[in-house]
Design a protein around this ligand. Sequence first.
Ligand code: RI2
Ligand code: URA
Length: 511
Amino acid sequence: MLFEVKPFDIEIGQYKVMLNLADAREMGMNAGDRVRVKAKGASFTAILDVTTQMLEPGKVGIFTEAHVKIGEAKEVDIAPAAKPTSVGYIKKMMDEVKLTEDQIRTIVQDIVDNNLSDVEISAYLTTLYIRNLDSQETEWLTRAMIDTGERIHFDTHPVVDKHSIGGVPGNKVSLLIVPIVAAAGLLIPKTSSRAITGAGGTSDLMEILAPVEFTADEIKEIAESVGGILAWGGATNIAPADDKLIKAEYALSIDPYSQMLASIMSKKGAVGADSVVMDMPVGPGTKLPTAAEGRSMAKDLIDLGDRLGIRIECAMTFGGSPVGRTVGPALEVKEALTMLESGQGPNSLREKSLSLAGILLEIGCTSGMGCVAARGEGRAMAERILTSGKAHEKMMEIIEAQGGDPTVKSDDIEIGEYSQDILAPTDGYIISFDNKRIVEIARNAGAPADKKAGVRIHKKMGQMVKKGEPVLTIYSSKDWDVHRAASDALRDMPIVVEGMLLERYPRYSQI
Ligand SMILES: O=P(O)(O)OC[C@H]1O[C@H](OP(=O)(O)O)[C@H](O)[C@@H]1O
Ligand SMILES: O=c1cc[nH]c(=O)[nH]1
């Protein structure tokens, strides 16, 4: 049937069209069904939405991505179409049937081609949240994610890299590790994602200092010119399925195990990394609650690295409380820049950054790939690079190469103008600190979309507090977001001070 085009200026990351309910009924279709859209020079499958109000019969609403495909066409032909075959493969996954390499590749290709609806993508992720793929399937998934995008081939080797599985709040260490390692003369083309389960991923942070969206060629050029880059993987055509999946994971606040392995390793494989240090925060409220789970994941990551020809070294790090004292993009950038400027700052941030950077400085020694520090000397070298100001100098070069302001100072970074302190309800020691609640509070305050929102932590596990002293300060660009986050924090405190009355459960209802 022919329909008059009505463009909808709405970007949703899918090919979507909308029809009046009467037209959809006449064609025997419902919302969520697939339609074939044909216009002069274009033919593609889209997901159908229906309306009774927004369009008259005879018209078709064309969302941004689909509109780009049809160009200037004023009329399109719409006909029912079959669901993509990958929907059947996702159903097989749900039924615990092992998939073939081709079937996994088809799912990934359909994700890249925007052929799956949000419902289908969340079914895929939910299945992977409930059950893991085996190591062969995970390798196929990772390879499919690499092969459906571009790859970078560097002329210089070794190419080293760092990646975190995330899950611990305030994990701004990449902003220190990349310049330290690049200042030591190693090539580190770091691509990151945005926040997945947290309140600010490395790309959300770096974006405050410089643009993070580059093509694969630009990443190669920038990294080769200054030794390092901190780019957003989602903007490139590198492992393009990754960001589409991460968007859905962020909405669900989940990071399914097998997808996490493939997500991380596809980004590393696509940039041609020879050696990678993997930061694996372990502790209550993280993605790895116990050391045993950490060791098991380390084994899986090393195995996947071997299959792909990437040398992986896993570092289980302390995830029991936030890294540093800030959570949320601008607050974290301020803290990281202060450390680059002065070499000083919270011990947890300094130690973690230096230890992980140190591993990278040593990493190529045993494999004969080339390294800059002998075994056992990497951390001390990283510390010299930080305290001498060379890491700061390198960070400014990276910022400039990415198109940011190389004269930026930590004092220039603005944080939310609205704030509220959360006070200790009693005297005592902090005996429990809930990472997940800290992230929820920062997200309620608006992070990561509001870059100035987040939480400053005044007191950490084991520290003494006096009744009425601030334990946290919540920041936001909007006063109502601060109030919402603060009342949520007060309703269910993220910290427990020894001796605190946690909850009163009355004998009789008060109502
Ligand atoms: O939001 P959650 O799940 O905590 O973690 C996601 C973060 O972890 C990784 O950090 P990096 O790229 O190694 O610095 C990702 O790229 C992302 O920035
Ligand atoms: O890059 C990352 C990091 C953590 N989890 C993922 O799924 N991807």
